[in-house]
Design a protein around this ligand. Structure first.
Ligand SMILES: Nc1ncnc2c1ncn2[C@@H]1O[C@H](COP(=O)(O)OP(=O)(O)O)[C@@H](O)[C@H]1O
Ligand SMILES: [Mg+2]
Length: 150
């Protein structure tokens, strides 16, 4: 099926977070590896928490700052891995904790600070970009692939 790509760009406040999380989940569809990029304070972990809630995750969702990876389970029992590579010193360190196995597990992987592991990322990823506008709002960018109905 031919697909067309639509560049999505949305400004949102915390009031719209739930809707944005739902839209992302819909847009990412069957992609397994989601990169959540943006500076410190851009709202990456906040978005992850909202997406986890949407999927029915009941564990506490917080940034895996010390463990590098957190494991969650959605309402169907499916595993989700949440990485935060902010404190990663080298790609070798990521390799040593078995990041490849996580990424190749077929489970959903949400990755903060993916730029720390450029050579470990697969070619095909769902990319989410966050930017701070002002204290009350953020801009989110992602690409939505639509089935070409023409
Ligand atoms: N869309 C938004 N609008 C306003 N504030 C937001 C938004 N998203 C996140 N924040 C706030 O920004 C701060 C940093 O968010 P956080 O998710 O921890 O950032 P990151 O994980 O990117 O470092 C938090 O106080 C959070 O409430
Ligand atoms: Mg974070």
């Amino acid at each position: 099926m031919p697909e067309v790509e639509e560049q999505m760009q949305t400004v949102y406040s915390l009031n719209e977070l739930e809707q944005v999380a739902a839209d992302i989940i819909d847009a990412a569809r069957d992609e397994h590896i989601w990169l959540i990029d943006g500076d410190m304070g851009a709202g990456k972990t906040t978005l992850v928490k909202a997406m986890a809630k949407k999927l029915g995750v009941i564990n506490t969702v917080s940034s895996p700052t010390f463990s590098i990876v957190n494991e969650y389970h959605d309402r169907e029992g499916k595993t989700i891995y949440h990485f935060d590579f902010y404190r990663l010193k080298s790609e070798a360190e990521a390799y040593d904790i078995g990041v490849n196995e996580y990424l190749e597990s077929g489970n959903l992987c949400w990755i903060e600070w993916s730029e720390k592991i450029p050579s470990l990322l697969p070619d095909r990823c769902f990319k989410i970009q966050l930017e701070v506008n002002d204290p009350q709002t953020r801009t989110i960018h992602y690409v939505r692939e639509e089935e070409n109905r023409l």
